[in-house]
Ligand binder design. Sequence first.
Ligand code: GDP
Ligand code: IMO
Ligand code: MG
Length: 422
Amino acid sequence: MNTILVGAQWGDEGKGKIIDVLTEKADIVVRYAGGNNAGHTVFIGKNKYVLHLVPSGILRKNKLCVIGNGVVVDPIGLAEEIEGLKKLRVKTSPANFVLSETAHVVLPYHRELDAQREVLKGKHKIGTTKRGIGPAYGDKAARVGLRVNDLIEPSRLEEKLSMRIRENNAVLTSLGAKPLSFKKVFADYNAAGKFLKPFVQNTVVLLHEAMLKNANILFEGAQGTFLDIDHGTYPFVTSSNTTAGGACTGSGVPPHRIDRVVGVMKAYTTRVGEGPLPTENAEISDLLHGMGREFGATTGRPRRCGWFDSVATRHAAMVNGIDDLAVTNLDGLDTVETIRVCVAYQHGNARYDFVPNDAQALAECRPVYVEFEGWRAPTDKARSWKQLPAKARAYLKAIAELTNAKLFIASVGPSREQTIFV
Ligand code: GDP
Ligand code: IMO
Ligand code: MG
């Protein structure tokens, strides 16, 4: 059984937590897109783990974790993440972690360009994580990127890097930024390449060999549907295909080998960074931030919060082919008296029941809400469907129905135990 798990909103839906839960029944967990712009949080007991590049499956024993070809890898960040996991007693070795030789490498000029372009955009900035993701995917598409197999061969790294640094330094200095020292970048990246070399493999062949042995593969999406480069709220998006199709191109596993798509969504909506968010609402933002929740796992920025947007999640179900839904953070609404759910967008005289492609139109859309009476009771101790308040069950049923997919999991807290299979 091969399952793709995707975010159905704007990222940070709780994918890390649900991946950790589903990994129990998987053999292999594969990251297929994005880079260390992602931050996936998993709580095990009192320990908190935030994964950026390493698949969240690493926290369970005897699971193979794969970084696929579709990911962009900051090798220094990855080496630090592996070292950080070691300090938390999570062992990462070539036996449980492999890195695709064709994944692209994020270089310091990508990060610098990312930051400079944001400055140039001024008030039209994207609000990126400044991890160099856009410029790294840009180089990949322009066919001037370095791949992991370049990183781990010092002579190739030296030759390609020196050419790329020359061109990028010309651009950086023209933007008023400092040029990079080839010597320093080469030394740092060569060291990271040496550290990572034992993990590097042809992951496409590896995954196909595993499928011949009937392995269960779980694909760990990063970001969310509306941050997808094609299907998101362009230009306020990331630079990869975060949606289900990206799992195939980003891993080399063909579409007909995928059995199921799980969509993860919060019981409300959040977004970090700029761009349209039709149901954004100060009341729910203040409530969640006041509880110490909804601060970015990668950059620490407060996330923008809003009511559940079923126009968006229905669109996500369509684009990803979502079969099953995992709804997280139900407990975030425990104290709310009247809960609103967006069921359509109004734009002038037009009413939309899908997300319009024009970012300007979307920014001008007004949400049409229906209201639900809140359950006003704690849900975090519920361990079964029956233990949830009746009004919470009704709410979950309604948002699943509006999304057009089957309710599979309700999550009532960050830990493994706070997971209800419906
Ligand atoms: P991801 O990027 O999709 O993996 O999500 P993040 O880790 O960035 O953000 C989700 C946040 O919600 C994390 O802090 C999780 O620990 C937390 N979380 C996930 N599910 C639940 C839940 O059901 N209830 C609560 N209270 N927190 C949750
Ligand atoms: P996970 O996997 C939420 C957002 C950034 C910015 C936009 C572009 O944890 O859900 P980028 O650095 O990718 O060029 O930034 O995308 N963004 C995320 N928002 N969760 C993420 O990942 C994100 N990764 C990128 O905030 O708005
Ligand atoms: Mg996150």
